[in-house]
Design a protein around this ligand. Structure first.
Ligand code: IPE
Ligand code: IPE
Ligand code: MG
Length: 274
């Protein structure tokens, strides 16, 4: 029995009402000739959820409507990643630079964040998804911090996938905060400067137990990191798409995995086939 058939049986048992419409769509639409059994699935996938504003603009809707559609699509992404067996999914939800947007947009984003857990936590629970946060959480408003703490606490026992929400996240800020913590250990005589290694820095990142991302996806046509996983993404494969985030579905995810499957990850060495 193929992996996908097994997965479907398992999912159908878990969610009796679930239909596999996306599967039918996938077989006809998939760009790549690669079969599902040959797909390599990244252990850790990063997604820059970009393009909500343009999605709304195309429909003559306010930007907040795009963010709402984006939040709904995050729930779909979780389901699709669960289907494929992704172990860690990090999504970029709000950057340290996004505070520069108009107050009403920032406010709408924060409200949507709270609503996301109110609406979708039961589904995340059913899918065995643990929620974690990465970012400068301590500098978020107190009510948002409370939502983060509750979501983490409620889901700590879930084992199937870790959903890591990069919230008030900036790769540079993460490195800066690690530098501060390491400097403190040096100043207090607990660490010698010559003993600082790359591992020391990794250990001071926001979520040190999570392996580096294997693949980072950016929809919306932009081809930049925008301060996402600057340290951790040093050797991540990158895949971009013109599709705007709210429209990024199962087909696009499968295409990204198909491209990832054919990449030759050399990590500075030589190809295994050479
Ligand atoms: C991503 O969509 C959401 C956040 C940055 C919070 P955008 O709001 O950046 O959408 P575009 O790039 O303007 O289309
Ligand atoms: C990156 O998107 C941040 C998130 C998706 C949360 P931005 O829209 O903020 O990035 P830039 O401004 O296009 O680089
Ligand atoms: Mg954007």
């Amino acid at each position: 029995m193929g992996r996908s058939t097994k997965n479907e049986i398992r999912l159908a048992r878990l969610f009796p009402g679930l239909t596999f419409l996306h599967r039918k769509k996938k077989q006809s639409d998939m760009q790549s000739a690669i079969s599902e059994a040959d797909l390599k699935i990244p252990v850790h996938l990063g997604v820059i959820m970009d393009g909500n504003g343009r999605w709304a603009q195309e429909r003559h809707l306010p930007r907040s409507a795009g963010h709402r559609a984006g939040a709904e699509n995050l729930k779909e992404l979780c389901r699709n990643c669960g289907y494929y067996g992704v172990r860690y999914l990090t999504v970029y939800a709000f950057s340290t630079e996004n505070w520069s947007r108009p107050d009403d947009e920032v406010h709408a984003l924060m409200e949507l964040f709270v609503e996301f857990f109110e609406r979708y936590d039961p589904e995340l629970e059913k899918e065995g998804i643990r929620v974690r946060f990465s970012g400068d959480i301590e500098n978020l408003p107190a009510d948002i911090q409370a939502v983060c703490a509750r979501a983490e606490k409620n889901s700590i026992h879930r084992k199937r996938m870790d959903l890591i929400i990069a919230m008030n996240y900036g790769g540079r800020r993460e490195i800066m905060q690690a530098c501060r913590a390491i400097s403190k250990e040096v100043a207090e005589g607990r660490l010698l400067p010559e003993n600082i290694t790359e591992t020391t820095i990794t250990e001071h990142m926001y979520i040190p137990d999570v392996p580096d991302p294997d693949l980072i996806i950016r929809p919306s046509g932009e081809q930049r990191l925008s301060n996402f996983l600057v340290w951790e993404g040093a050797y991540a494969e990158f895949w971009v798409s013109d599709i705007l985030w709210p429209d990024f579905g199962f087909k696009e995810l499968t295409d990204a995995f198909a491209a990832f499957s054919s990449r030759d990850r050399r990590f500075g060495g030589l190809s295994k086939s050479k």
